[in-house]
Structures are given as C-alpha cells and as structure tokens.
Design a protein around this ligand. Structure first.
Ligand code: SF4
Ligand code: FES
Length: 247
C-alpha cells in the first residue's frame, strides 16, 4: 500500500528588513534627511508593501503616491537603492536584504513631501509634443492600419507615464528644460503612426534646442523603464526621422 500522508506545508517565514527612507516635510524641515524603519516582510512582499506597513503601523505621516499597485498606473516610481523603479513591481527579496534598502524620491522634479515630487513639469513636456491622433479625414468606421504599420510604434504604446526614464536622465537633472525621454517616447508613438497627419509638427517641436539633440545616449532611460520600452532606440528613431525630413 502506498503512503498517502502529504508532507506538512511549512508556513512562510517572515524576515526583518531595514528601510532607510529620505524624508522631507516642507512645513518643518529645512533639508531632507534619512529615517530608518524596521519592517517584517515575506518573500512575496514588494517595496510598496513595506511602505504601506510603515505608513499603517509606524508613521502615518509618510507620504508617497500609489494607485493600482500592479504596475499599470505609473504613480509609484521612486529611487530604490539608487535605481529608478516602481515600488509595486520590486520584490523585497530581490534586493540585498542583509543591508538597509534606500528609498527616495525620483530626481530632477521639485520635491513636495517625502517620496512625492511635483509632476507638473513632466506632464507639461508631455503635453507639448501633442500626444494624440491628428487626422483630417472622417472615415465612416475605424481608421484601418496594416499589421506592419501598427508594429512600427508598438513598443512606445506601452508607456504608463511613470517618469522613471526622464528622472534617470543626467541631461534632465542638469536644468530640467530638456523635454526628456518620456515626452519623446510619446511623440514617437504618434510620429510613426501611419494614420496621423501631424508627425512633421512634432518633429519640428523636438528639433528645438531642448529637444532630441540634448540626448547623450547614456541608456539610463532604457534601463529604468519598468515596461521594457527601448527608450533610447525610440529617441534615435526620432533623430533619424529629423535627418530624413520625414517619418
Ligand atoms: S517610457 Fe517607460 S520609464 Fe518612461 S515614462 Fe514611459 S513607462 Fe515610464
Ligand atoms: S501603483 Fe500603479 S504602477 Fe505601481
């Protein structure tokens, strides 16, 4: 007779992680400072779960943005151990938990409180590239497009406007005037859309001194993108379209 006794399932074991968080409250602090928190975590927890635990159990004044908690809304980009990532897509166990985990706001945008920055300059640059379809024709049904033409801009449709790319770019850090990778990615999405008639307008906008020519091809943006978009390649394609004089 076979032994049907199943081995007991071991309950997952928690472990303690130290998070060093860059705090700043403009009402009280002259400068940002680091504050340390110890949190009990499980191997399935993400950095966002750690922030929730701190906010709910230890310090309700901790400020950060998040909405979907599943890598879709793009609201929780932050610097985790010096790299731009989404807190909701970063498993704590994938970091070195023998050392403190450093969490701070993304760089290059005005700091508002703790991990929250003012996103308005980022969205201003996005709006400036006219990220919407412009077509004069009025078809009775949908605007048809071949599979090949759709593939041309497939990669850049994946952007969730998290700003991880733009705020990892050293050119953007220097003066904040550069349009930045995310705006160029979203311009690319329409410049190479065969149904759109305003690609030349966007190419002219990005031919500006604060446009694509500021890119120094450091690839920080591509490494930072949580959606795996080939950001530097998209910027290079926009540059090539400018040199050709057409998309
Ligand atoms: S290109 Fe990637 S990193 Fe940049 S805003 Fe879009 S999703 Fe975020
Ligand atoms: S909370 Fe929406 S992407 Fe992380």
């Amino acid at each position: 007779m076979s032994d049907n006794t199943a081995a007991p399932i071991e309950a997952p074991k928690p472990f303690t992680v130290t998070l060093n968080i860059r705090r700043y409250n403009p009402e009280f602090d002259a400068e940002p400072y680091w504050q340390s928190f110890d949190v009990e975590m499980y191997s399935t927890d993400r950095v966002l779960d750690a922030l929730h635990r701190i906010k709910w159990d230890q310090d309700g004044s901790l400020a950060f943005r998040r909405s979907c908690a599943h890598g879709i809304c793009g609201s929780d980009a932050m610097r985790i151990n010096g790299r731009n990532r989404l807190a909701c897509k970063t498993l704590v166990k994938d970091l070195d938990v023998t050392k403190p985990i450093y969490v701070e706001a993304i760089k290059g945008l005005p700091l508002e409180k703790d991990l929250i920055v003012d996103m308005e300059p980022f969205f201003n640059a996005y709006r400036e590239v006219q990220p919407f379809l412009q077509a004069s024709s009025k078809p009775e049904k949908e605007r048809l497009q071949s599979v090949k033409d759709r593939e041309r801009f497939d990669d850049t449709t994946k952007c969730i406007l998290c700003a991880a790319c733009t705020t990892s770019c050293p050119v953007f850090w220097t003066d904040g005037q550069y349009f930045g990778p995310a705006a160029i990615v979203n311009a690319h999405r329409f410049i190479f859309d065969s149904r759109d008639e305003a690609s030349q307008v966007r190419l002219d906008i990005l031919n500006d001194k604060e446009g694509v020519w500021r890119c120094r091809t450091t690839f920080n943006c591509t490494e930072a993108c949580p959606r795996g978009i080939e950001v530097t390649k998209a910027i290079a394609e926009v540059k090539q379209a400018m040199i050709r004089g057409r998309r």
